[in-house]
Design a protein around this ligand. Structure first.
Ligand SMILES: Cc1cc2nc3c(=O)[nH]c(=O)nc-3n(C[C@H](O)[C@H](O)[C@H](O)COP(=O)(O)O)c2cc1C
Length: 207
């Protein structure tokens, strides 16, 4: 388990890959001490229901469903839910400190908003703040194939200091379940924040 406390802004938007968001929240809840804000778009709820056979209506239900089965005394991280439309929340201000932001999964619509500084909701505004304050911003888009617009937006976001971590899990760790694929993406995200984890066995190469 990580020693220091972390404070993230974590968001889910409406790209396919609800399982990535789920495994990220589960990994942080059970092994990364601290407290984070959580922002969930309406489209993220819709995609979750489609992919994970849910009937979620609210971000509170989204958090509960994702952390289902992790006993409260095993949770080392707490989450405060922020309203997607509340552009006045603390996460929208550069004076609120954080270790960075993770958008998992990240729709191409949200990615476009961030890449162009068009901050029409709290996810986009908090990401904009992260970039201007030079904090780590990791986005997990999932789309295939990419249009030139997607590619340009991902380039622009990278040039502005963000990190694009595509929802493209590796297969060299011999995944057996869909959860294994989700844990791979969650692990790659945690590694970008220098957080040690055992979410998958890394491949260290051959001599
Ligand atoms: C079932 C379903 C799957 C979707 N998958 C994707 C996807 O993989 N990538 C993407 O960029 N958008 C996807 N979308 C479209 C986004 O949800 C849509 O653009 C939405 O407006 C994004 O809003 P948000 O970024 O505010 O969450 C999907 C929508 C639905 C209903």
């Amino acid at each position: 388990m990580s020693q220091r406390e972390y404070k993230f802004v974590i968001a889910a938007s409406g790209a396919s890959g609800a399982i990535y968001g789920r495994e990220l929240l589960r990994a942080i809840a059970s092994s990364v001490p601290g407290e984070s804000s959580l922002i969930v778009s309406a489209a993220a709820l819709r995609v979750y229901n489609q992919e994970l056979k849910g009937t979620l209506r609210t971000p509170e239900e989204y958090l509960d469903a994702n952390l289902n089965g992790i006993a409260s005394d095993k949770r080392v991280h707490s989450f405060r839910i922020l309203d997607h439309a509340d552009i006045g929340a603390k996460a929208a201000s550069g004076s609120t400190p954080s270790d960075g932001m993770i958008i998992c999964p990240c729709s191409m619509k949200t990615l476009a908003g961030i890449a162009h500084g068009y901050t029409s909701n709290l996810i986009e505004r908090a990401a904009d703040v992260c970039l201007k304050e030079r904090r780590r911003l990791v986005v997990v888009p999932r789309e295939t194939p990419y249009s030139l617009i997607h590619l340009r937006n991902m380039t622009q976001l990278t040039e502005a200091g963000g990190i694009v971590l595509p929802g493209s899990p590796g297969f060299y760790q011999n995944p057996r379940t869909l959860d294994d694929l989700g844990r791979f993406i969650a692990g790659r995200i945690l590694s970008l924040f220098d957080i040690h984890h055992s979410l998958y066995e890394g491949w260290e190469g051959e001599d």
